[in-house]
Design a protein around this ligand. Structure first.
Ligand SMILES: NC(=O)c1ccc[n+]([C@@H]2O[C@H](COP(=O)([O-])OP(=O)(O)OC[C@H]3O[C@@H](n4cnc5c(N)ncnc54)[C@H](OP(=O)(O)O)[C@@H]3O)[C@@H](O)[C@H]2O)c1
Length: 318
């Protein structure tokens, strides 16, 4: 078995990410990775880092607001420095877990991009691009997607709109004018960002070379997490009520499944943006496979990152 090395994870402070961190830290000696926790600096980040340390893991907290590409670049530089200095073992996995669904699509990141697209997609594209040179093969990139990208049962029940794809430069543009009432615009932005993650995963695999395996994990619906924190109270109450239906998941259940995507031999073969729903390797819908959109997303992402002051993703294969 490949030694577990180091796993970098975003969004470790609560729910899915936090339970994935604890599941990794709770592995037996010899199977427990070093952990780089990339999250907003503060009490929650320190608390999960301390919990993971108490379980025996070597942990570094890297404070970073993913809504600022300058902070993302600084976080990547910190991680690169820790790896280069040997402060942690070789980087074997990056788990792009952090996510948000902004209730107001006029909200922008520090770089002026629509917040949901910026945090879910652009920040991770920046982080992964900056760290491509830092992986040691065989390595894994696990992106966290969502079935909301297409018209699935839960999405319909919750009235979360499905993706309405358009050019990525447009997806990065915040809405103008008055706020649209309801959750439709917010749902479309979230579903677009999650469709972008699937497209990006497919293109990343083509760009990253043979040493890195790219997959996408969908944790199952976990009602009541902080993802819908900006939603109207009625939406949140409905989500909590539906959460009692058997078959929905929880961060406690899905966190260890996400940890398994980063570490388990069972998933070592996953490549090409293979899509796993909880424990099941699943064929993504035809809409999630589109070479033209994937190539355009790659180019537009480089353009958007460059416009925000970053150098484009290096062409580095391992
Ligand atoms: N909940 C579901 O039903 C569901 C279903 C499918 C997929 N997912 C996906 O699963 C992942 C985790 O979701 P969750 O339900 O656990 O959500 P959550 O409770 O809202 O947790 C999201 C995590 O992302 C972090 N994050 C958000 N914005 C950030 C920013 N600007 N800078 C740094 N960190 C930021 C949060 O940090 P803070 O603690 O600082 O806010 C938190 O750690 C997301 O990618 C989500 O899209 C969720």
């Amino acid at each position: 078995m490949t030694e577990p090395g180091t796993v970098l994870i975003t969004g470790p402070t609560r729910n899915l990410g936090r339970h994935a961190v604890l599941a990794m830290a709770d592995r037996p000696d010899g199977q427990r990775p070093d952990l780089l926790l990339v999250g907003r600096a503060g009490r929650d980040l320190t608390a999960v880092a301390d919990e993971a340390r108490a379980l025996g893991a070597r942990v570094h907290e890297i404070g970073c607001d993913l809504a600022s590409l300058a902070e993302v670049r600084a976080a990547a530089a910190t991680a690169h420095g820790l790896l280069a200095d040997g402060a942690v073992r070789p980087l074997r996995a990056l788990v792009a877990n952090a996510g948000t669904m902004s209730a107001d699509t006029r909200r922008v990141s520090a770089d002026g991009y629509e917040l949901t697209f910026a945090v879910n997609h652009l920040a991770h594209a920046q982080l992964i691009g900056d760290l491509l040179i830092s992986f040691t093969a065989p390595a894994r990139v696990v992106l966290v997607g969502s079935n909301t990208y297409h018209a699935n049962f839960w999405r319909k029940l919750l009235h979360v709109a499905e993706a309405e794809w358009t050019d990525p430069v447009e997806l990065a543009r915040p809405a103008g004018g008055e706020r649209t009432p309801g959750m439709e615009a917010s749902g479309i932005a979230y579903s677009n960002a999650k469709l972008a993650i699937l497209y990006y995963a497919h293109e990343l695999q083509r760009q990253a070379g043979p040493g890195i395996n790219v997959s996408v994990f969908e944790p199952g619906w976990m009602p009541g997490t902080a993802l819908g924190r900006g939603a109207p109270p009625a939406f949140q109450a409905m989500s909590r009520a539906l959460g009692r239906i058997p078959g929905v998941s929880t961060p406690q259940r899905s966190g260890p499944l996400l940890a398994a995507m980063a570490l388990d031999k069972r998933w070592a073969h996953l490549r090409d943006g293979a899509f796993v729903v909880k424990t099941k390797l699943t064929e993504a819908q035809p809409v999630a496979h589109d070479r033209g959109r994937e190539r355009r997303l790659w180019e537009a992402t480089a353009e958007l990152l460059e416009r925000a002051g970053a150098s484009p993703t290096p062409d580095t294969k391992i």
